[in-house]
Design a protein around this ligand. Structure first.
Ligand SMILES: [Ca+2]
Length: 156
């Protein structure tokens, strides 16, 4: 049993649902869910030192269709609750989850790029490349990170 099965999580989901359900009908349409998801990403991006790109509109709509179990075109609270569990992260759908996305972005930023930059500088120094002595790790890591993100965006 994880945090997602606790009454606290249910309460949090209820609060999020009520915020999206502007006209208080007890159900939200796909468009309202998309706006809600974007709001969650915005507030997380404002809080954490990493920027995660929100899912595309078409991906969010696919997700709505997937979790609209009775297929009535709207998301009721129980359906929303299941969807929230995936957004927060479950073992089964871990790579779809926000936690995973933040983890991978942070790993890239904090671990992989600085390590790659450090190795690159070590290599350049070992072959006595010009300027290698004065190459700083952090800016090089940022450049690598930008390069990786640029390539990732292209293959999207
Ligand atoms: Ca439904």
């Amino acid at each position: 049993m994880g945090i997602k099965d606790t009454p606290m999580f249910r309460k949090w989901a209820r609060k999020a649902f009520d915020e999206i359900d502007m006209d208080k009908t007890g159900r939200v349409d796909y468009k309202e869910v998309c706006i809600g998801i974007l709001k969650i990403y915005d507030s997380l991006n404002a809080k954490f030192p990493a920027h995660v790109i929100a899912p595309k509109r078409v991906e969010m709509l696919d997700m709505c269709r997937k979790y609209d179990k009775d297929g009535n075109g709207t998301i009721e609270f129980e359906e929303f609750l299941e969807m929230s569990k995936v957004l927060v992260g479950s073992r089964k759908n871990f790579t779809e989850s926000l936690v995973w996305k933040y983890f991978s972005v942070l790993t890239l930023k904090v671990v992989i790029c600085p390590l790659a930059a450090a190795y690159l500088i070590k290599y350049l120094r070992s072959i006595e490349a010009p300027m290698a002595e004065r190459l700083p790790v952090a800016p090089l890591a940022s450049i690598l990170e930008m390069g990786i993100k640029f390539m990732a965006a292209k293959t999207d």
